[in-house]
Ligand binder design. Structure first.
Ligand SMILES: *Cc1c(COP(=O)(O)O)cnc(C)c1O
Length: 363
């Protein structure tokens, strides 16, 4: 019944994971990043594929995802890359989450919760080497690490950093990797050291260390500037059906505020998808959609639940025909990156923005 379908190609996910594994090489662990509903691809199905492919860790950014994964029976180590409020500590411990920590408050809360549960809290200390987000400033790392060692219910499983510009600035990334290595120089060797996101994994071999944390590339999307270095397979396509076709005369205006005017007599196709579904309003008069292997322009404003296309005369398009917003259709292909460019954003936001209520179909 659903007129909008997000289809996810499991073999593409497998292909991309294997490439990440190959790039990581040797004994380097792979932590598959499946935060935010696996970048819109669906948390549990993607987790199942990654587990089956031999991921060593799964990274999430919300403890409720850990709960869903544990409930579904996943035994893999889970790394929560987000911060932790004291009120969340007991949940993190009971779910056996490896929790990233940036300050003493988080450590103390985890130590207390672990003591109560007669367990050890697993932590990954995050070092801020220039990301300026979470993480302990590099200069304060030693003190925090000593604190962690002094708490008897804390086990430092990992130490990591995150790069702000591995897609756009390699010299800065190398410098930050150098600062990270320098900062942790005196720490024990049996800790898991990690830093690389997709862009660093592809662009910067010295960031691979003991574990890598690819996200974007697993879904077949390229960090900017890596298109020529690797052959990924996009996993997600977004399709709907034409719901109505009608004639328009030269000069007729289309959709809110009449921002589109037909230049000649033409036909319009209505699609039952809009910004409420994640098809950005920034695609008004800018986006394209593929029907029967041909691209057609979005005419006028994208509405909450409807989008109009100018399909010209004699297209042969009828209600019920498949319309592809993301993915391949005939010889044409629209990528999340193409849409991101038009919306002045990144492909991450395009795929994450696909409404969670839209049915995901796996094949
Ligand atoms: C999102 C994220 C990743 C994955 O980044 P990609 O660019 O999607 O590969 C890795 N590590 C951290 C800390 C992240 O927040």
């Amino acid at each position: 019944m659903d007129l909008i379908k997000a289809e996810i190609d499991i073999s593409a996910l497998r292909h991309n994971f294997r490439l990440a594994r190959k790039l990581a090489g040797g004994k380097t662990l792979v932590c598959a990043v499946i935060k935010d509903n696996a970048y819109g691809h669906g948390l549990l199905p993607v987790a199942a594929v990654m587990a089956d492919e031999g991921a060593d860790f799964l990274a999430i950014a919300d403890l409720s995802d850990a709960e869903k994964l544990r409930k579904a029976g996943f035994k893999l180590p889970l790394l929560n890359i987000s911060g932790l409020l004291p009120s969340q500590a007991s949940g993190a411990v009971s779910l056996n989450v490896s929790q990233s920590v940036s300050n003493a408050d988080e450590l103390l809360a985890l130590d207390r919760a672990a003591g109560k549960q007669k367990k050890c809290a697993l932590v990954h200390v995050e070092v801020d080497c220039g990301m300026g987000r979470l993480g302990v400033p590099a200069a304060e790392f030693s003190a925090l690490f000593e604190k962690a060692k002094s708490l008897k219910n804390i086990f430092v499983e990992g130490i990591f950093t995150h790069f702000p510009s591995a897609d756009t600035d390699l010299p800065v990334t190398r410098k930050q990797a150098g600062l990270f290595k320098e900062t942790v120089r005196q720490c024990p060797a049996n800790i898991i050291y990690h830093s690389a996101n997709s862009a660093a994994l592809i662009n910067c071999p010295e960031t691979r260390m003991d574990m890598v944390r690819p996200g974007l590339m697993l879904y077949g999307l390229y960090p900017s500037g890596t298109e020529k270095k690797i052959r990924l397979k996009p996993a997600l396509s977004l399709n709907t059906s034409v719901i109505m076709v009608k004639k328009a005369r030269k000069g007729d205006r289309v959709s809110y505020n009449g921002t589109y005017r037909a230049k000649k007599d033409t036909e319009l196709a209505a699609l039952p998808i809009g910004y409420g579904d994640g098809f950005s309003r920034l695609l008004s008069n800018a986006g394209e959609v593929i029907i029967k292997g041909k691209r057609y322009p979005v005419a006028g404003r994208v509405c909450m639940d409807l989008t109009m296309l100018d399909i010209g005369k004699n297209s042969g398009i009828k209600p019920g025909d498949e319309a592809t917003l993301i993915g391949k259709n005939g010889g044409e292909n629209i990528t999340a990156s193409e849409i991101a460019l038009k919306c002045k954003t990144i492909p991450y936001e395009v795929v994450c923005g696909i409404n969670k209520g839209i049915k995901r179909i796996y094949f």
